[in-house]
Design a protein around this ligand. Sequence first.
Ligand SMILES: Cc1cc2nc3c(=O)[nH]c(=O)nc-3n(C[C@H](O)[C@H](O)[C@H](O)COP(=O)(O)O)c2cc1C
Length: 148
Amino acid sequence: MKVAVVYESRTGHTAELAELIGAAAQELGHEVGVFPTGKINLDYLGDADMVFLGSWCHGIFVLGQHPGDGGKLLAMPGVWGKPVAGFISYLLAPGKVLDKMADVAEILGGEWIGGRNFKQTNKTNGLAGFVVAALDAAEERLGAPAEA
Ligand SMILES: Cc1cc2nc3c(=O)[nH]c(=O)nc-3n(C[C@H](O)[C@H](O)[C@H](O)COP(=O)(O)O)c2cc1C
């Protein structure tokens, strides 16, 4: 599949996660492009089969968590009809930020296939399994063969 990893990051943790997710997908044989929201290659995104959409967790640590700079995520084009998996970098308490990320994906016209929160101090924990599961779910959604 052609995979786009699009992210919003203020201090670099989500950017690092995005690169790790992209590298894992590439290792599985997929074509991968990784882009911050401000520098998306729109041709690439338009052709992509599925999208990993990432941001940082913004809240007051006990409640109100939502994707940071969600407005920038909502301004991106090209996700219509594509399976979207979310990823969030957080520090202490992600709350229900993934529910909000699902809302963002759906407002963009994507098909939410699930997501995962990643603690910024332990980014690789569960990452490989998350990438495999998301790619499998996307392929199933697209009716594509199981291999890349
Ligand atoms: C204004 C602000 C609010 C935050 N709120 C939360 C929060 O509610 N829960 C949490 O776990 N982390 C919270 N964080 C921490 C960030 O989500 C975390 O450091 C993240 O890894 C930053 O990602 P980035 O480096 O891609 O910007 C907050 C950070 C900022 C700047």
